[in-house]
Design a protein around this ligand. Structure first.
Ligand code: PCA
Length: 203
């Protein structure tokens, strides 16, 4: 049976909730006949990526999709690339704040997503869900997790495909912010993640 591992983050940066986990935990147990496992990970450099890699080793999934919040974005954005660079604007939930340093010293400069990011975006737009490919996952914990996960998969002989999707704020978060802050409803995010996974499994 095909297995999918999907992860979402704990809240961070003073927020009460993280839409990534709220959406991930509402995904069905089964998508296109594949079994879905959900994992909540901490907003912590190193520790979050390690938790994902450990779970990959235990569960041997075929698809790994990590999801994170990108406040300020208006669309679902599958990430094209993770770079070997950490530079934190704010401390993570462990109080770590790396500046201008490699994630894996001596590792490749970047890892490209191995999920079909363009096919995901095409499928999402087809379903009238706003989406676009992003060419930067930033330099905070999300990029750290994506890089560590793809680096781990790259060491395997029969690797799973791996990717990362950033989601906008929820309406209740945006309601507390500047008037031009974009948001997306939880229902749309959940449906969008499901469509992105369906598109991946078609590949
Ligand atoms: N977003 C942050 C880390 C956790 C999350 O949900 C990021 O984009 O790096």
């Amino acid at each position: 049976m095909t297995r999918i591992l999907v992860t979402g983050f704990q809240p961070f940066g003073g927020q009460q909730t993280n839409p990534s986990w709220e959406a991930v935990r509402r995904l069905p147990q089964c998508i296109s006949g594949a079994e879905v496992t959900k994992l909540q990970i901490p907003v912590a450099f190193g520790r979050a990526g390690d938790a994902v890699c450990q779970t990959i080793d235990q569960q041997r999934p075929d698809v790994v999709l990590c999801v994170g919040q990108a406040g300020g974005r208006a669309q679902l954005t599958p990430e094209f690339v993770a770079i070997n660079h950490a530079d934190a604007r704010i401390p993570d939930n462990d109080g770590q704040q790396p500046h201008r340093q490699p994630i894996v010293p001596g590792g490749p400069d970047a890892h490209f997503a191995t999920v079909p990011v363009y096919r995901m975006v095409d499928a999402l737009r087809q379903a009238s869900i706003p989406a676009s490919v992003s060419y930067s996952a930033g330099t905070y914990v999300c990029n750290d997790v994506m890089y560590r996960m793809l680096h781990h998969l790259a060491q395997e002989t029969h690797p799973a495909v791996g990717g990362f999707v950033h989601v906008p704020f929820l309406p209740e978060q945006a309601a507390q912010m500047r008037p031009d802050t974009p948001s997306m409803s939880l229902d749309l995010m959940v449906r969008g993640l499901e469509i992105a996974l369906e598109a991946t499994l078609r590949g």
